[in-house]
Design a protein around this ligand. Structure first.
Ligand SMILES: [Zn+2]
Length: 77
């Protein structure tokens, strides 16, 4: 698994995204949101539905750690 943690801070109205391909998944889905929570919730829903084997690796981790991993995958546009 490779998680991209490159962050760009431009202004507060940036769009936050998490892309599956950045998380090492062969998928072109991109979760978008205005807040970290929004983009992480949407990514979790998507991973749970579409990548059950990937989700299996997440669900055994403490929730805090899942959020940390997802947070490190967030990119701001
Ligand atoms: Zn995906």
């Amino acid at each position: 698994m490779t998680f991209v943690s490159r962050r760009m801070y431009k202004n507060k109205n940036t769009m936050k995204i998490i892309s599956c391909s950045d998380s090492g998944l062969d998928c072109d889905f991109i979760s978008e949101g205005k807040t970290k929570k929004e983009v992480m919730d949407s990514a979790i829903d998507h991973i749970r539905e579409k990548h059950p084997t990937h989700w299996d690796k997440f669900k055994v981790l403490p929730p805090d750690q899942v959020f940390e991993i997802l947070e490190s995958s967030i990119k701001e546009l």
